[in-house]
Design a protein around this ligand. Structure first.
Ligand code: HEM
Ligand code: HEM
Length: 187
């Protein structure tokens, strides 16, 4: 039987989980980014200038700019809050590996929308948001810059896929093999 001074498990668990806002942002951004990545990759096989590519690229840009806007909320929350406590702390090398991958994911979450924006805006192309409005173009036309940053966006995309493969692989391993608390910290 639980002692009367002990907190009920539902309340106690909050220190062992990311906060509600962090969880909401993680899953919303995960969905937005995975869809943006899939559309970006698909578009790279479509003919430049085709109506289908134009349509999908507009959705890609809208999702990418949404991720950037959400990141502006997410980073200060993350900076203000410590990581949740562990019930059973994983070994140091695992904690270190996850820190490095999470930091790299944050770096790409910043790099990808910004490089995408520079690629589009410096080539004078519109950056729409789901047909509702266009984001302002803050850059003067500079096609060589657009091409160069486009290369960063291209390789950044493939690095993103590789890191997400590691991230998701680690989550599945923790869930299926280790059967530990990693996934439950984020749900
Ligand atoms: C859809 C499949 C995904 C699953 C199942 C998943 C799962 C998780 C879990 C369980 C954690 C918590 C790890 C811990 O306990 O410390 C986490 C953290 C994190 N995930 Fe994901 N994730 C997914 C997609 C993504 C995507 C697409 C991104 C995009 C960049 C992402 C970025 C992050 C970051 C940056 C953290 C660290 C959070 C922090 O400490 O602020 N995840 N994820
Ligand atoms: C989370 C954010 C984003 C991710 C993960 C992402 C990912 C990708 C990927 C994987 C590609 C295909 C790469 C290739 O094969 O060349 C791509 C292409 C592209 N993306 Fe993004 N993107 C993001 C945000 C944006 C934003 C915000 C914009 C514009 C405002 C943008 C503009 C473009 C353009 C113009 C291309 C085509 C590049 C070309 O054909 O040379 N992206 N993106």
């Amino acid at each position: 039987m639980r002692k009367s001074t002990e907190l009920p498990p539902a309340l106690k668990s909050s220190v062992h989980r990311y906060g509600a806002m962090q969880r909401l942002l993680h899953w919303t951004m995960a969905t937005v980014i995975l869809v943006a990545l899939a559309i970006g990759l698909y578009c790279s096989y479509l003919e430049h200038g085709s109506a289908q590519r134009q349509f999908l690229m507009d959705i890609h840009k809208s999702l990418g700019m949404t991720a950037l806007a959400l990141l502006v909320i997410r980073i200060p929350i993350r900076a203000a809050k410590a990581e949740p406590e562990w019930r059973h702390q994983p070994p140091l090398h695992e904690r270190l590996a996850s820190k490095i991958v999470h930091l790299a994911l944050y770096a790409l979450m910043i790099l990808m929308p910004i490089s995408g924006y520079i690629t589009s805006a410096s080539e004078g192309r519109a950056v729409p948001w789901f047909g509702l409005f266009n984001w302002p173009n803050l850059l003067v036309e500079d096609r060589p810059l657009g091409k160069m940053v486009g290369v960063v966006h291209h390789y950044g995309g493939y690095t993103f896929f590789a890191l997400l493969f590691l991230h998701l692989g680690a989550v599945v391993w923790h869930r299926v093999v280790r059967r530990d608390e990693v996934l439950s910290r984020m749900i």
